[in-house]
Design a protein. Structure first.
Lengths: 390, 1112
């Protein structure tokens, strides 16, 4: 790859990627004529690009899609995980095409423009994936300039000076700032999202960047859902008189978010509150229990990740998106490892013995991805039922 | 839980001969299963009648039964072998139906054999339309509105319920035989009738039409702990209405939102659970209404299938191998994914970062009278798969892989459409786009070229707009090139090549030579890079070199290649491309054997092929695999890339049929060494004039012949050599467009319609040798020594294509001195042609009317692998293809002395062909010089008549042992019919015959009943056939059109009613011998290994004593 110091630029290039180490990759820009800096990660899902781009866990990241054709089915108002996309931009192999789906409402390119998201295509995304796989997720900057004018040095400087995800509390950027109630439930073909009508239990969902489908799954499982900001205190949470507390997914370094999340969770643990955590929520719970987290060499990002439930021996195919993980060995004795990744043996779930508390690293709400693990929401509700009956 | 230890031995049933709907994908899956289970230490008993398969190689199983796959014969084998379990899911519908029959008649229970992989209830529920629909209802999944009927009387009510157009699907048939779509009442009744007939349970399903809906397939694997994974989603580019085997398909699905995809994923898993497939791979098919996403489950196959082979090749996940291991108790998390070198477990879902396109290949041109229209009954004979980094690249690669003369989306003229008249031209184009034909996608490209809007095209053909837009992308780029010329910089070249354009296509567009395009491209240093198929989109490093070529980069940076060539000495083997009539599994067998043999000899073996059904494209057959089109551009590029490191010793082009042979010259020109026989020798054998000279020099005899470069020349030559004449174009395989012409008028007609005759495309004319016996010989030679590996005497006389003729090894009727002389002539020819490797010679033996001696004529010599090579290897126990490869790599025959055992005189092997006539309504089921068979079977026995009987039975002919035999032969055959008729009468058949034949036989003192010809009025022979009164039919026809037409009708009736019929007396005579033999002594079974026990001790001592034991 050329470096940012050489000026050779292909004719017609309207997009560029400059990595913090100075590598330059040319392509064609699409989406918003803008630039974006962030950590470049890859996702191996074939479907669900709209859900991925709106997943708050991708805050601070530029997504390199491994599947070449992205945008085939356009976008619609249903397949979103937050109102505003959290990821910063995207890299794809092929040109964005016209949408072909009865569900499409907008051209993908127009949708990206409306959220000011830039993208680069005609790039060897497999080569970038291999780069990430072998050397870790690099910081990079992408720019879409329709006039083909790029200041490579300035771009390189900007990439170099970006601090990186480690130590970054991105959760606060994507968390809600005020509490709100959630009553949208599961999606049914031909009917759209159902409304939740008769909730059985009240659940407070702590929002570190929650995907909407988690809230939908909770609602569909019979919970009245109250969403509160990520830095809510235990008193704030308890003021809603919840039957259970849910700790959401979210972006960034768990250690940074843990500073305010851990004390709150510790208090809830003392109260024997039923707790369920997903992704960053899982990491927060682990930290509160005395465990440790660390950045992975190679994050898990895709919709094909096998996880083994050690309690049943069964395999679930899961949707995952994380670059940090919980170190199983760091967990105290009263915490049981319940799920492991069949890819690398890393921790994928835990359960506190004698408490109605459990969490998973992966995304049982899927969206996008397989729905093999939806049962966990019912397990949470069952825990609440038992706790109330006790 | 690890594997089961309560079972020790497992029987596996193969799929039998290659037929439409069941091709070499089942050799691929069966071979994987045998290997997977053997490495677990189970004793494997394999049953398959197809000698051209890798799975029937004696090393693949402990006991290999090349015996007919019928419940009766399989029961005998099971009785003899007493396996603990039977795995019925690897051999397609044939294995499943056979296993089901053995379960139903209590055989399995009686012998204490457990069905593994799929149980009886699951098979029944998946196969029985009604039970399947009930199951879907229980699961809350929608199925198409439908009604099952068992008689024509119920048809009206069913139609009222589902409406027109209606789909008719017969139960328990393969690839939808006998089914179809009816648009009007008349068609409806016709198809219902044929469907009821085709169904072994006289049952058809009348179903609501989902024409134009999108069609999808999901490949699912499940283990005994209920872990389920999706291996691959497949989207059909051709919408509902075309059988998925005949559709252009892509992987993965490209036009679904995640929500819709997950609904389908959940549904597929629910279907497996609902049907009760406990372990293994299954395929679930869906239709989706493009207007609202309404999803309907169409069907499921509780076994590995053509689609699972495709999914395996498309993703790198070996479904059959894993399914076999799951069947013996493993779970997915216990098994490794070996494409990543075991870094990942088998329990993850493969994801891909490329687009795979599969395109079927058809053979309508072989079946005069068959309309090239596609429907729900499968008609394709093969397929290609192409991998690209975009749909465009993948599609264009698949088009040139097909070997139909396409270089990409070449224009396809619509007959009678006049481009000068724009309006009618548009109508004609749209009419072509509306019809589901093999070339529809090319008509679509033409319609786009002609400026017809994508909306109109979509309305006409219902292709998803996404695919149409991609095709337009290619067409637009073509327009750009024709306007602006070829790119002038690297960036422009990269952009163009990324769309999948071949140099050849660009050359056509620019009206320059392919070499010029290549030169322009390489001047800018634009070459493909090679990426790996790794099941995980590069997330995890893969150690398996399963590769495809593509173009990458921005024109500035060097594109990344993952080829990583080794520094070893390597040999490249070019495969045979798509299966077609005349070039099929036999050549893949040879390529696979070459790879095995050269690997053993220490070379790195590199396979190149584009056929997803084959064993050759299994990533662990060779050291390295390139899934690439077999064109000079693609092949030369990959060889150049391999030459970057290590030494390419050479390329083997002689084993994959005509496909790689065509590349010999371009490869040589590119400085790439060709191993084995010099391609010039192949040319010499093909070049009439040079060959004639050679034969004269060798004092060998040829039928009078000549070569014509114009119509006039042809007539002159015909005059000189005399009619009848066998005429054919040069350089063809499978006797394409070959015909026997009897007079000048027919000759003129042939030249006018069948071939292009010109200076570059001459035609060959041979005097047709009437009533000659044809003999096929396969030999091995190393330039010095020659080993005659097999001499096969044909049953049918010369003039019937050798691939369509049954043959016997060793010869059963020729005198020893004639055989000796044939052997001698073969040796002379091999030496003269300096053959290094395999050679096939076809001889004709004919009694000289004047001298009374048997004259030997040479019909054809091919210094390359032949269709009979695997048969010879199985029959004689000499691995001829392996030895050929070793010789090509430089070893000598003398090095393999111990392996050259000669033709075993203690047993006989019979090869019999299998025909697809039942797939093509209205086609004359007559044999001729153009090959029509799709596959073959082998009958093996110590007694030639029993070997014949086994071969007939394996080929699907249920020879009767009594009843009425219908005889009607042309005058010249009458004399020869008499002894056959007499023998039939002797063994208890009643003779019925048409007027002339009856009179003749009565004069010979036989008791015959006369029956009317069809044209003589009812009740006639047609009625007798329909009424089931006829058990056997012998019917030869004079070449007059009325006689043929009259004959066609009754031959097709016999075909549709599954009555054995013979159109040649030689074949009829063989059938009578077989019937006599079976009447005298029941068929016995023995493993292939037992025939060669003298040279190799039996692994199971008791099998020697058991093998001849007659069982009930």
């Amino acid at each position: 790859m050329t470096s940012s110091k050489t000026t050779k630029q292909p004719r017609n290039a309207t997009g560029v990627i400059v990595l913090a180490d100075g590598k330059v990759i040319w392509g064609k820009g699409f989406g918003a004529p803008a630039k974006a800096v962030g950590e470049i990660c890859f996702n191996t899902s074939i479907t669900g690009y709209q859900e991925i781009l709106t997943d708050p866990s991708y805050a601070g990241q530029i997504i390199n899609f491994t599947f070449p054709h992205i945008g085939n089915v356009g976008t619609n108002d249903e397949d979103i995980e937050t109102v505003n996309p959290a990821s910063r931009g995207l890299i794809v192999r092929e040109d964005i095409t016209s949408p072909s789906s009865w569900r499409a409402q907008k051209h993908f390119d127009a949708w990206l423009k409306s959220y000011n998201l830039p993208g680069i295509c005609n790039v060897d995304t497999r080569a970038i994936t291999r780069l990430i796989r072998d050397g870790g997720a690099p910081v990079g900057i992408i720019q879409h300039a329709p006039d083909g004018k790029f200041d490579l040095k300035a771009l390189h400087d900007e990439a170099k000076s970006w601090p990186g995800l480690e130590g970054m509390d991105l959760a606060k950027d994507v968390s809600c700032t005020q509490m709100y109630k959630w009553d949208e439930a599961d999606w049914v073909l031909g009917q759209g999202y159902k409304k939740q009508t008769s909730p059985k239990y009240k659940v407070v969902a702590v929002d570190y960047g929650a995907k909407r489908n988690i809230l939908r799954c909770l609602a569909a499982a019979g919970c009245e859902v109250v969403v509160v900001p990520g830095h809510s205190s235990a008193e704030d949470v308890m003021s809603h008189k919840p039957d259970g507390v849910f700790l959401s997914n979210g972006p960034g370094d768990p250690a940074a978010t843990g500073k305010y999340a851990v004390p709150m969770i510790k208090t809830l643990l003392e109260k024997n509150m039923p707790i369920f955590g997903i992704c960053l929520g899982h990491q927060m719970l682990a930290l509160a229990l005395g465990g440790e987290t660390t950045k992975m060499n190679l994050g898990h990002r895709g919709a094909n990740q096998p996880v083994k439930d050690l309690t049943t021996g069964k395999v679930e195919i899961t949707s995952q998106n994380h670059g940090f993980h919980v170190i199983s060995e760091s967990l105290p004795k009263d915490v049981e490892v319940t799920h492991v990744s069949l890819f690398d043996g890393s921790n994928e779930g835990l359960r506190v013995k004698n408490k109605p508390v459990f969490s998973v690293q992966y995304h049982p709400e899927a969206s996008p991805g397989p729905q093999d693990s939806h049962y966990l929401f019912h397990r949470f509700v069952e825990n609440i039922r038992k706790a109330k009956a006790a | 839980m690890p594997k089961r230890t309560d079972i020790k031995s497992i029987a596996i049933i193969g799929a039998g001969p290659i037929i439409i709907g069941q091709a070499c994908e089942f050799d691929y899956s069966g071979t994987q299963a045998c290997k997977a289970l053997r490495e677990e230490g189970y004793r494997i008993i394999l049953i398959n009648s197809n000698p051209a398969t890798i799975m029937t190689d004696p090393e693949m199983a402990d006991a290999t039964y090349i015996e007919p796959i019928t419940p009766g014969v399989v029961a005998k084998i099971l009785e003899q072998e007493r396996p603990d379990a039977l795995l019925p899911t690897m051999g397609g519908q044939t294995a499943l139906n056979t296993a089901l029959a053995l379960a139903e008649d209590g055989t399995l229970e009686r012998l204490g054999i457990e069905l593994i992989g799929a149980n009886r209830e699951a098979i029944e529920m998946a196969e029985d339309r009604n039970k399947f629909k009930e199951c879907m209802d229980r699961l809350g999944l929608e199925s198409a509105r439908s009604k099952t009927i068992h008689s024509i009387e119920e048809a009206d009510a069913a139609l009222e319920y589902v409406g027109l157009p209606a789909i008719i699907r017969p139960s328990f048939t393969l690839g939808g035989t006998g089914g179809g779509i009816a648009y009007n009442k008349e068609e409806y009744e016709e198809i219902v009738y044929s469907g009821l007939d085709a169904s072994p349970t006289t049952e058809v399903l009348i179903e609501e039409s989902l024409l134009g809906w999108k069609e999808y397939e999901m490949e699912v694997v499940r283990d005994k702990n209920d872990n389920c994974i999706i291996i691959c989603s497949i989207e059909n580019v051709d919408p509902m209405g075309v059988h998925t085997g005949d559709s252009i398909t892509v992987a993965p699905a490209l036009t679904l939102t995640d929500k819709e995809y997950q609904i389908m994923r959940n549904a597929s898993i629910a279907v497996l659970r609902g049907i009760g497939v406990e372990t293994g791979g299954s395929n679930v098919q869906f239709a989706i209404n493009p207007e609202n996403g309404r999803m309907i489950v169409i069907e499921m196959n509780p076994r590995v299938s053509r689609s699972s082979a495709l999914a395996s090749k498309a993703t790198g996940f070996p479904i059959a191998k894993i399914a076999a291991k799951l069947a013996v108790g493993y779970t997915l998390d216990e098994l490794k994914n070996d494409i990543t070198g075991g870094r990942t477990p088998a329990s993850f879902e493969p994801t891909i970062d490329y687009v795979v396109t599969k395109v079927p290949r058809f053979a309508f041109e072989k079946f005069k009278g068959a309309k090239p229209l596609l429907n729900t009954s499968m008609k394709s004979v093969g397929e290609v798969m192409a991998i690209g980094r975009s749909f465009e690249e993948s599609l264009q690669k698949s088009m040139r892989s097909l070997e139909k003369g396409l270089t990409g989306l070449d224009p396809m003229p619509v007959p009678n459409a006049d481009p000068a008249n724009p309006e009618s031209f548009t109508d004609a184009l749209l009419a072509a786009v509306a019809l589901p034909t093999p070339q529809r996608i090319l008509h679509i490209a033409d319609a786009i070229r002609h400026g017809i809007s994508l909306e109109r095209i979509h309305d006409t053909c219902k292709y998803d707009p996404w695919f149409l837009e991609r095709i337009k992308n290619i067409v637009d780029a073509e327009k750009d090139i024709t306007k602006k010329g070829l790119p002038t910089d690297r960036e422009g070249w990269v952009r163009l090549k990324k769309l999948g354009f071949s140099d050849a296509r660009l050359a056509t567009l620019m009206n320059v030579s392919e070499a010029q395009v290549r030169k322009a491209r390489t001047t800018h240093k634009v070459n493909p890079v090679f990426k790996r198929v790794d099941t995980c989109a590069a997330e995890i490093p893969s150690s398996t070199p399963y590769m495809y070529g593509c173009y990458e980069g921005d024109g500035i940076n060097e594109p990344e290649s993952e080829i990583d060539p080794s520094d070893k000495e390597k040999i490249i083997i070019l495969g045979g491309g798509p299966n077609r009539i005349g070039q099929g599994i036999e050549f893949d067998y040879c390529c696979v054997h070459a790879s095995y043999a050269l690997r053993e000899a220490g070379y790195e073996t590199i396979m190149v092929n584009c056929n997803p059904e084959t064993v050759s494209t299994d990533y662990d057959t060779s050291d390295r695999l390139y899934f690439e089109p077999l064109t000079q551009e693609d092949v030369i590029e990959l060889i150049k890339a391999e030459q970057e490191s290590g030494k390419v010793k050479g390329v083997i082009v002689q084993l994959g049929g005509q496909t790689p042979l065509k590349l010999a010259h371009p490869l040589q020109k590119a400085g790439i060494p060709i191993l084995g026989t010099d391609p010039d020798a192949i040319d010499l054998a093909e070049d009439r004039e040079r060959f004639q000279k050679l034969l004269k020099k060798l004092k060998l005899r040829q039928p009078p012949n000549g070569l014509a470069r114009s119509a006039k020349e042809a007539e002159d030559i015909a005059e000189e050599i005399g009619f009848p004449i066998v005429i054919r174009p040069s350089y063809v395989l499978g006797g394409q467009a070959m015909q026997i012409v009897h007079n000048k008028t027919e000759l003129k007609q042939y030249i006018k319609t069948a071939v292009k005759v010109s200076g570059d495309d001459p035609v060959l004319l041979d005097r047709y040798l009437k009533s000659a016996i044809e003999v096929d010989v396969d030999a091995l030679a190393d330039g010095t020594d020659v080993y005659v590996a097999g001499i096969m005497e044909h049953i049918e006389e010369a003039g019937i294509h050798s691939g369509d003729s049954a043959c016997v090894l060793p010869p059963h009727s020729l005198p020893a001195e004639t055989v000796k002389e044939i052997e001698q002539q073969t040796i002379t020819l091999a030496k003269a042609l300096k053959v290094e490797g395999l050679m096939n010679v076809q001889f004709a033996v004919r009694k000289n009317d004047e001298t009374g001696v048997l004259d030997i004529y040479i019909l054809e010599v091919n210094p390359r692998a032949s269709r009979t090579a695997p048969f010879v290897a199985k029959a004689t126990g000499v691995p001829v293809a392996k030895l050929a490869a070793r010789i090509m790599a430089g070893e000598k025959l003398a090095d393999f002395k111990g392996m050259l055992k000669g033709m075993n005189p203690k047993h006989h092997a019979v090869k019999a062909p299998v025909f697809p006539f039942n797939r093509f309504p209205g086609v004359e089921p007559l044999l001729g010089p153009e090959m029509k068979s799709t596959g073959e079977v082998m009958g093996l026995d110590t007694d030639v008549s029993h070997a014949l009987a086994k071969a007939f039975l394996a080929a699907g002919t249920r020879l009767p042992t009594g009843g009425k035999v219908f005889l009607s032969v042309k005058d010249v055959d009458k004399e020869a019919l008499a002894p056959i008729a007499k023998e039939l009468a002797d063994i208890g058949f009643e003779l019925v015959a048409t007027g002339g034949t009856a009179r003749f036989l009565k004069e010979k003192g036989l008791k015959v009943k006369r029956i009317n010809k069809v044209m003589e009025g009812q009740p006639h022979i047609g009625d007798a056939i329909i009424n089931g009164e006829i058990a056997l039919m012998i019917n030869t026809t004079a070449k007059s059109s009325q006689a043929v037409a009259d004959g066609t009708n009754i031959r097709r009736l016999a075909l549709m009613n599954k009555i054995p019929y013979y159109t040649l007396l030689t074949a009829a005579n063989a059938a009578v011998q077989a019937i006599r033999a079976v009447k005298a002594k029941e068929i016995e079974v023995a493993p292939l290994q037992s025939y060669f026990e003298a040279s190799k001790p039996a692994e199971k001592p008791e099998s020697t004593t058991q093998k001849r034991r007659k069982t009930a």
